[in-house]
Write a protein that binds this ligand. Structure first.
Ligand code: AHR
Length: 497
């Protein structure tokens, strides 16, 4: 059994956690919208055709913001196709995913869904096949009170009050060769700058997100951010990061160590933002929007029928080790919550998602549902970066990987503290001693964990092999809390004053 020590203190604040770090993503892709959130013939569909059982699960995840409508899809999307009477809406070929888009769900329907799910929308505009004009028009349609062409058109569509969408993505992965209308960094920087200016002139309360590279592996990573930011710095608020991981090599120690690379990625983007800031001698700071992150690889080779309507696509069935990496990735994001203000688990329903539906039927919680649910519900307030002393391991891709990955959070009223911790060892428990420092007197009130599963265990409609359970409370002696973290486990220790 390994021994580990942790120290937590109020003074170890990374920063205030922006709730939008617990965001997610719905794209017009596969069965995310059609068959996922929207299924009008489902027995549990509401009057707008939205599945209420899915909405209930989204509420359990407590998702404050949902990015929409893409993703790669947005780079060929005419947002006007999705407004007005549904029977008049065109059916279009979606070149991003090779399917047919019927436009049954568009802007107003999705905004209603967000309200029902207690979420706000993070809207993306098409800067692939379209430009600044269409971008400012959608802001006017969505956010302007009335008395102009686009705002009155919205009213004529039965939406009297503006939706007041505050956060807008300036395109999606514009560096990717798979993207419709992919661009060079300087072409994109110029377009994003003009679009953002005009969108903000239309509504000066909005914030915008500049596309960073589509991943750290992108050949132009670093240079892309620097060039685009150099052009658009003054008119944008965030730069985006996207990253997915997979265990294609069936090498669990390396897979779970991917957070070291993630850490490096985040740090590099902060450096580029601050380098451009320094060059410009400005006091404005551009922060990070990690608006696509997850595990994605299980479904990569599944065939589908081209131009069909809502075929299953990217339907990863997540196993237990995926849940451990997702928990570890969220911990890593929180360690940088002073700069990462927005993050979106990609995606939310069916498409690489924590919620999985059967067309017309049942729904189940994937393994990754739980770490997200725990952190989103309990991990609000401030992030505290604990000092951790624990054994490390070497693996094929990394050296000196700490077996434990952890973060602590403290509620805004400072009355409760939560420790989130992954034990990455496949065979050893850890006896964790936590020095509570100025949380002396706080008592454990709940110890939740997911453990005892094999790494390949998955959930399904009929079985839930991977789900959390509560444990006997950790002991406290003076200001030292002691807990046993089982091998290969996700752990949540909640303390209260
Ligand atoms: O989330 C799936 C896809 O991954 C998105 O459409 C795209 O932005 C990314 O490449």
């Amino acid at each position: 059994m390994m021994k580990a020590k942790m120290t937590i203190a109020k003074e170890f604040k990374v920063g205030k956690i922006d709730n939008r770090i617990y965001g997610s993503f719905i794209e017009h892709l596969g069965r995310a919208v059609y068959g996922g959130i929207y299924d009008p013939t489902h027995p549990l569909a509401d009057e707008q055709g939205f599945r209420t059982d899915v909405i209930d699960l989204v509420k359990e995840l407590n998702v404050p913001i949902v990015r929409y409508p893409g993703g790669n899809f947005v780079s060929g999307y005419n947002w006007e196709d999705g407004i007005g009477p549904v029977q008049n809406r065109p059916k279009r070929l979606d070149l991003a995913w090779g399917t047919t888009e019927p436009n049954y769900v568009g802007l107003n329907e999705f905004m209603s869904w967000c309200k029902k799910a207690n979420s706000d929308c993070m809207m993306a505009v098409n800067l692939g096949t379209r430009g600044a004009e269409e971008a400012r028009n959608i802001v006017e349609y969505t956010n302007h009170k009335g008395g102009t062409y686009w705002s009155d058109l919205r009213k004529s569509h039965g939406v009297a009050e503006p939706w007041n969408v505050k956060l807008w993505c300036l395109g999606n992965e514009m560096d990717g060769r798979w993207q419709m209308g992919a661009k060079t960094a300087s072409d994109y920087g110029k377009l994003a700058n003009e679009a953002s200016k005009m969108m903000k002139w239309t509504d000066d309360t909005i914030e915008t997100v500049l596309c960073g590279s589509s991943s750290r592996q992108s050949p132009t990573f670093g240079q892309w951010e620097e060039t685009a930011l150099d052009i658009a710095y003054d008119s944008v608020d965030y730069v985006s990061l996207h990253q997915y991981y997979g265990n294609q090599a069936n090498d669990t120690p390396s897979f779970l160590a991917k957070t070291l690379e993630l850490e490096e990625f985040i740090y590099s983007v902060i450096c580029v933002c601050d380098y451009v800031k320094a060059k410009k001698r400005t006091k404005k700071t551009v922060n990070l929007s990690f608006d696509e992150w997850n595990v994605w690889y299980h479904s990569n080779d599944v065939p589908y029928e081209r131009w069909s309507y809502a075929p299953p696509r990217l339907e990863d069935i997540y196993n237990f080790e995926d849940a451990l990496l997702v928990g570890s990735m969220m911990i890593t994001l929180l360690r940088h919550c002073d700069r990462i203000k927005i993050a979106c688990l990609a995606q939310l329903v069916n498409v690489i998602a924590p919620i999985f539906t059967e067309d017309g039927g049942r729904v189940f919680k994937q393994t990754i549902f739980y770490p997200f649910e725990h952190m989103s519900n309990f991990g609000r307030g401030y992030a505290l970066n604990p000092i951790i002393d624990c054994p490390k391991y070497d693996c094929r891709e990394f050296t000196d990987v700490p077996y434990l990955e952890a973060i602590a959070t403290m509620s805004e009223d400072e009355q409760s503290v939560v420790i989130f911790c992954v034990n990455k060892s496949q065979d050893e428990s850890a006896v964790l001693e936590v020095n509570l420092m100025d949380f002396d007197g706080f008592k454990p009130i709940e110890f939740i964990s997911m453990d005892g599963c094999s790494k390949d265990d998955v959930n399904g409609f009929d079985s839930e092999a991977v789900c959390p359970h509560t444990n006997p409370l950790p002991t406290v002696d003076g200001s030292t809390l002691t807990a046993e973290l089982k091998p290969f486990s996700w752990n949540v220790i909640r303390l209260s004053k």
